[in-house]
Design a binder for this molecule. Structure first.
Ligand SMILES: [Zn+2]
Ligand SMILES: [Zn+2]
Length: 256
């Protein structure tokens, strides 16, 4: 299951104000909604999701006085999963005494405006849950915030879906395989250092794949080195040049 992660740097998250409490494992995940009005316009434009997540972080840090956004992950209508506090960090959204038991995953729906979770939100929540299980030592439980806490969260539609066993929408079709964006039309190589949006796009994708690479839009010796090692992993000539095949594989090659 390919999770489409929006890393903290990609949504311009503020740095946490203090150290996270480490979390070795959890019993599972608790699902949340925003509890407020969500502008249905976010379904048309992902930019609205980014702004909403930023505003939630601001509210949690400046209003609640928390060190960071209270959720572990946030799923948006575009089947993307925002990195909140992330794996192995104690969330804050489940309520006092209940945070060590479960990761907290927010679906971007509310009690007004966007109320019915679009399929992309449900798929995103499931991708986040799978990610917590695979990488974050989460157990099998999927619960709602209202389980064991006095709240209407995550709202009736999401809670009914959880009670049905949180089925994947579209009759259980898994996340479609990722497809690479169009090749930018020029070879990315070094020397000399090449800069541009295309370089940054490739670097961001390599970073998402887990490579230690700066997402600075400048293709220098470090990028070339990552490219070569990636090409060797993929069994293709390691010329250190991002051509059409190396570009495509950055998105479409299965993760190890
Ligand atoms: Zn909640
Ligand atoms: Zn979105």
């Amino acid at each position: 299951m390919a999770i489409d992660l929006v890393l903290r740097r990609d949504w311009h998250a503020r740095d946490p104000r203090g150290d996270y409490t480490q979390l070795d494992s959890t019993k599972g995940v608790k699902v949340h909604y925003t509890g407020g009005k969500v502008d249905p316009g976010i379904v048309r434009e992902h930019k609205g999701c980014v702004e909403l997540v930023q505003s939630i972080q601001n509210f949690h840090m400046d209003g609640n006085g928390w060190i960071d956004i209270g959720y572990s992950f946030i799923a948006c209508p575009h089947e993307k999963v925002f990195e909140g506090r992330g794996l192995h960090h104690l969330p804050a959204a489940n309520g006092a005494g209940l945070n060590a038991g479960h990761y907290a995953v927010l679906g971007l729906v509310g009690n007004a405006g966007l109320v019915q979770p679009p399929d992309g939100v449900l798929s995103g929540i499931l991708d986040a849950i799978q990610y917590c299980r695979d990488r974050g030592n989460a157990g099998r439980e999927i619960k709602g915030h209202r389980d064991g806490f006095q709240t209407d969260c995550p709202g009736d539609p999401l809670y009914a879906w959880i009670k049905k066993g949180a089925p994947r929408p579209n009759g259980g079709t898994p996340h479609p395989p990722p497809t690479a964006p169009p090749f930018p039309g020029r070879l990315l190589k070094y020397p000399p250092v090449m800069t541009g949006e295309d370089v940054q796009t490739w670097q961001r994708q390599m970073h998402k794949r887990g490579w230690n690479i700066a997402v600075d839009g400048a293709y220098g010796p470090d990028s070339r080195d990552v490219c070569r090692r990636f090409q060797r992993n993929q069994g293709i000539p390691d010329d250190g040049v991002v051509g059409p095949q190396t570009w495509r594989l950055a998105w479409e090659a299965p993760l190890p």
